[in-house]
Design a protein around this ligand. Sequence first.
Ligand SMILES: C[S@@+](CC[C@H](N)C(=O)[O-])C[C@H]1O[C@@H](n2cnc3c(N)ncnc32)[C@H](O)[C@@H]1O
Length: 245
Amino acid sequence: MLIEFGSGSSIKTRILLDALIDPVAYVPVDVSEEHLLMTADDLRSSYPGIEICPVVADFTKPFSLPTAKAPYSHVALYFPGSTIGNYTPEEAAGLLASIAKLLGPQGGLLIGIDLQKDVSTIVAAYDDSQGVTAKFNLNLLERINRELNGDFVLPNFQHKAIYNSTDHRIEISIVSLVDQNVMVGDTVVNFAKGEKILTEYSHKYSIEGFAELARPHGFSLHQQWTDSEGLFGLLHLVPDGAADE
Ligand SMILES: C[S@@+](CC[C@H](N)C(=O)[O-])C[C@H]1O[C@@H](n2cnc3c(N)ncnc32)[C@H](O)[C@@H]1O
């Protein structure tokens, strides 16, 4: 049985489902219900032999796993896309501990991590010349205006991405360019010029560093893959002892 945390459109998952030997069930887990159920329907048409059991849940909180109709021997958790990097190492360790419980002694975790690399390459990815990330970040304010009755004036705010070399993470924020008051519903929010709204962390790991983070939770590094430039890593972590079998 394959579980995926933060499955989104399950596009990468199709590559894995095509390659797995006799998968019994696929359990995509996502908070975005409408999108998840639509994706599950598409997958049912493409993979009639695999039971598709979507779960609407926040994977950082306890939730129940569905039981597949057919018997299965192993649970594998797929967590690609480096979503784990959005959590602090302490939070990521907590998540690894709950994943270890979910998998049991026979399971395995296939996880994607964005690797530490040249700082200018990282910064360029979060502050691209075409302004794609800036638009994505400032879209939060547009959504607050639309969905929470806010009155953010977008030109008064600026996207900012800095790399914190001590904590090995990109810190994305929205900076107020002037002293201003903003209404969100009935609430007034004051911003001083230069004040930041922190919107995202994206932690970068080394393969060894991530394996180290997972070790106290009973995981051993079984296999690893990177692209030719070593920018991104995919790790297969298995419960201790299973790596030698
Ligand atoms: C960046 S997308 C990645 C989608 C896909 N896994 C991929 O790699 O292309 C992150 C997805 O994770 C979901 N997500 C983020 N945090 C979540 C959480 N705590 N619980 C459940 N789903 C979450 C979002 O709704 C979104 O669909």
